[in-house]
Design a protein around this ligand. Structure first.
Ligand SMILES: Cc1cc2nc3c(=O)[nH]c(=O)nc-3n(C[C@H](O)[C@H](O)[C@H](O)COP(=O)(O)OP(=O)(O)OC[C@H]3O[C@@H](n4cnc5c(N)ncnc54)[C@H](O)[C@@H]3O)c2cc1C
Length: 272
């Protein structure tokens, strides 16, 4: 009798215990499931988020030729951005096989949320530009950003002067767009070109490197409401340490201070 009672109690206890562990199992399962869903959504989300901290594969959705060595590549985001890319910022692209990275400045409309347009000039021996020029529609390409090069805000300065260097007319990308803009906004955008090797006919603007006279005539005089941005290849007078060589000399001579001349990162603002 005692034995039977003891056995029944033992069976009850086992049943309770197994009920308890089933309950535990279900609760753990529910919480685990919720946790996993949150984790998965978060990690899927961060995998689709365009950020300066991780490379995101973007899809080439359009390729538009500009001239013999330059094309515009439209790269589509996996989902729309929450806010537009700031003006005066660049993106970084990576070749996974070599881990080589380069910067490009998006030229897409400022409020665009679905894609970026990169205007890429192909260099014959250039690693990344050749790789980009070999991309086809539908290919994916690793991009991260934006990296803000100049925290630009509208009207931050009354006048902004920009100096860059070209050898040939063909080197001036978006030449017609700039022409159109300066024609439509003559009081806001004035452009003066100087070319080291100008076309033989019909060239009415500057010839040779940027000179002191050219700066005096075309760049607003030094003043705290003026910002001057400088970039260009080494032939334009850039020193080997990437600081501005020749131009620094001219600007300094004309009385521009470090604040008006450049911001530390401005060497990276544009390209040629
Ligand atoms: C902030 C920023 C924004 C930029 N935005 C743009 C943009 O919007 N569009 C754009 O087209 N570019 C842009 N650039 C330039 C771009 O990042 C690359 O530098 C450019 O595309 C060349 O890269 P690459 O790998 O093709 O050439 P690289 O391999 O770096 O070669 C560059 C040049 O050096 C020469 N070269 C390479 N190796 C050798 C060697 N061993 N000996 C001698 N010469 C050699 C090449 O022929 C080429 O002329 C930007 C740069 C910066 C910093």
């Amino acid at each position: 009798m005692i034995r039977t009672l003891f056995q029944r109690r033992a069976t009850d206890l086992t049943n309770k215990r197994s009920l308890f562990s089933i309950k535990n199992f279900i609760i753990t399962g529910i919480f685990g499931g919720i946790g996993y869903t949150i984790y998965k959504r978060y990690s899927d989300d961060s995998k689709k988020t365009f950020s300066p901290n991780r490379f995101l594969p973007l899809t080439v959705s359009e390729i538009t030729p500009v001239n013999h060595n330059t094309r515009i590549f439209r790269l589509k985001f996996p989902r729309a951005l929450k806010e537009p890319i700031p003006i005066a910022s660049c993106v970084q692209v990576k070749d996974d096989s070599t881990q080589i990275m380069r910067e490009y400045t998006p030229i897409s409309p400022i409020n665009e949320l679905n894609f970026i347009d990169l205007l890429v000039k192909r260099y014959d021996n250039g690693h990344m530009s050749r790789l980009i020029h070999n991309l086809k529609i539908g290919d994916k390409f690793e991009v991260r950003g934006p990296v803000v090069t100049l925290p630009y805000t509208p009207n931050m300065k009354k006048h902004i002067g920009m100096i860059t260097f070209f050898l040939f007319l063909d080197d001036i990308l978006l030449y017609n767009d700039f022409k159109e803009l300066s024609k439509n906004h003559p009081n806001q955008l004035k452009i003066y070109y100087t070319l080291d090797k100008p076309p033989k006919d019909n060239w009415t603007q500057g010839v040779g490197y940027v000179s002191e006279e050219m700066v005096k005539e075309n760049i607003p005089a030094p003043n705290e409401d003026v910002l001057v941005l400088v970039c260009g290849p080494s032939s334009g007078g850039k020193a080997s340490d990437m600081s501005q060589g020749l131009v620094r000399g001219i600007l300094k001579k004309l009385g521009y201070t470090q604040d008006q001349r450049n911001l530390p990162e401005i060497n990276y603002l544009c390209y040629s």
